[in-house]
Design a protein around this ligand. Structure first.
Ligand SMILES: Cc1cc2nc3c(=O)[nH]c(=O)nc-3n(C[C@H](O)[C@H](O)[C@H](O)COP(=O)(O)OP(=O)(O)OC[C@H]3O[C@@H](n4cnc5c(N)ncnc54)[C@H](O)[C@@H]3O)c2cc1C
Length: 287
């Protein structure tokens, strides 16, 4: 399969990239690692007239903790960079991000695919999108009118749809605070496939007791979603153990109404939610 014809442009820096996007208009697209976009172009699901390549922009390839404890990930940081990051580089309390990378495709995809590309692509089961929603990440977008920060809750708007304007570049993803007791778990038919259902649980765990937490689900709606019902169970608190975790998983499953498709019908996805949320709670404690 070959893509429809396009004109290739290489951006020199982030500001130059937004200028190009603004000049070239709606028929232009950013290309980063190309791991999603090129496949879509080959299948003619995307037909951009112009590609703006940001792949060489070193200024967007970074992983650093700010003085406020937030983790700043440059949009061009690859999945593999996060997967291999030392504790020191990743910062305390962000190990869930590193552990989650093992679920993203295969090694060659992880060495080229980028954090920003994954989030801008907004697949409903992509690990980065789920992590961003679960951990209240903020997306930093740069456009002709300057920079703006978009909370994850507003950023993802539906299937492959985000709040980014066509002339905006995602430059950084900020995870505001550590999540030391967090885990991502998922089910896919084959290792490396996109998940059918995925979940992130982040517990507020102190002295062996749960005092609250966050539960996010992927593959159950057009975008990753939080489960307020499951979070309400965690907020009631209690000893970190099977009783609480089963109640949390039951609440998540009872409230969800996932659509069925070729990957599994609604009842199957609901059963996966129940099992995966429970497992994620257990894994989060074991960290
Ligand atoms: C076989 C296979 C299996 C995969 N499995 C998984 C999986 O299990 N989980 C998963 O999450 N992903 C998976 N992926 C996708 C992979 O993670 C991609 O790397 C990722 O989705 C996109 O990153 P990219 O840098 O390659 O983006 P690209 O393909 O270059 O771009 C993707 C989209 O994002 C836009 N974009 C990219 N960067 C920016 C930016 N900085 N600002 C604004 N817009 C931008 C592009 O215009 C395009 O619309 C898989 C891919 C393949 C081929």
């Amino acid at each position: 399969m070959k893509p429809a014809p396009f004109v290739y442009h290489r951006a020199r820096d982030a500001v130059g990239a937004t200028r190009l996007l603004s000049e070239l208009g709606d028929e232009s697209k950013v290309i980063a690692g190309g791991q999603s976009l090129v496949a879509m172009m080959n299948f003619r699901l995307a037909r951009p007239r112009h590609l703006v390549d940001v792949g060489g922009l070193k200024e967007l390839d970074h992983l650093r903790t700010g003085p406020d404890g937030a983790l700043h990930i440059g949009a061009l940081t690859t999945h593999h960079t996060v997967e291999c990051a030392s504790d020191e580089r990743l910062g305390s309390g962000f190990a869930v991000l590193r552990a989650a990378m093992e679920w993203v495709g295969h090694l060659p995809i992880r060495t080229r695919g980028t954090v920003g590309g994954s989030i801008a692509h907004a697949d409903a089961t992509a690990e980065w999108c789920l992590l961003a929603v679960a951990l209240d990440a903020e997306m930093v977008a740069l456009g002709p009118r300057g920079e703006r920060r978009i909370p994850a809750a507003d950023f993802f708007q539906g299937y492959y749809t985000t709040a980014l304007d066509p002339d905006e570049l995602l430059v950084e993803v900020v995870f505001p605070g550590p999540a030391p007791y967090a885990a991502l778990t998922e089910f896919a038919e084959r290792r490396g496939d996109f998940a059918i259902v995925s979940t992130v649980v982040a517990l507020d765990l102190r002295d062996g007791a749960v005092h609250g937490g966050r539960v996010a689900l992927g593959g159950v709606a057009p975008l990753p979603v939080r489960s307020p019902e499951a979070e309400a169970v965690l907020a009631r608190g209690g000893p970190a153990g099977p009783e609480l975790f089963t109640a949390c998983a039951e609440a998540a499953a009872a409230a969800a109404d996932p659509p069925g498709d070729g990957g599994g019908d609604s009842a199957y996805r609901t059963a996966l939610i129940r099992e995966l949320v429970r497992r994620a709670c257990e894994e989060a404690v074991s960290r």
